[in-house]
Design a protein around this ligand. Structure first.
Ligand code: FES
Length: 154
């Protein structure tokens, strides 16, 4: 990602105007607002301008899902399971098993931060359930073992 000079000027100005220059949450919110992503080079820039350690910025990012999902270069896998009327019986089982294996938090993010697990009410393919979407592609007539293979859990 090409980040223009103006962004860095604005970011530096924002940091300099902060009462607490080490308030990385505020700084990361600013970055997200402007770029909708938090590139590694911007994290380094923040560390340089604030005196914060890069690892501490990284820890803040990993703590907040809204930041965690926006680190550029890191692609989070989005898995959505249909728990609607027709798919629901299997769907709920799949969801519970995956949530347990991946140690999903209340925001639907796996413990390793690599997967977002959500549910859907219907994909409009009720006669082909269970239906699961992985990164926007819908897979029908899924089994738990096929799902695990597709997600690299087996
Ligand atoms: S209920 Fe699952 S696709 Fe409709």
């Amino acid at each position: 990602m090409e980040i223009n000079k103006e962004f860095y000027i604005e970011l530096e100005k924002f940091i300099n105007e902060l009462k607490d220059k080490k308030n990385d949450v505020k700084i990361l919110n600013f970055v997200l607002e402007k770029l909708d992503i938090i590139p590694i080079e911007v994290q380094k820039f923040i560390a340089d301008k604030t005196g914060l350690l890069e690892i501490s910025i990284e820890n803040t990012i990993n703590f907040y899902p809204k930041f965690r999902n926006k680190v550029s270069g890191k692609k989070i896998k989005e898995v959505s399971i249909c728990v609607g009327m027709t798919c629901g019986l299997y769907g709920k089982e799949f969801y519970e098993e995956l949530a347990k294996i991946l140690e999903i938090d209340e925001d639907g993010i796996s413990k390793d931060g690599n997967m977002l697990l959500t549910t859907k009410r219907c994909f409009g393919r009720c006669n082909k359930g269970p239906n699961i979407s992985i990164d926007g592609e819908i897979y029908s007539m899924m089994t738990m073992s096929e799902l695990k293979i597709r997600l690299g859990l087996k």
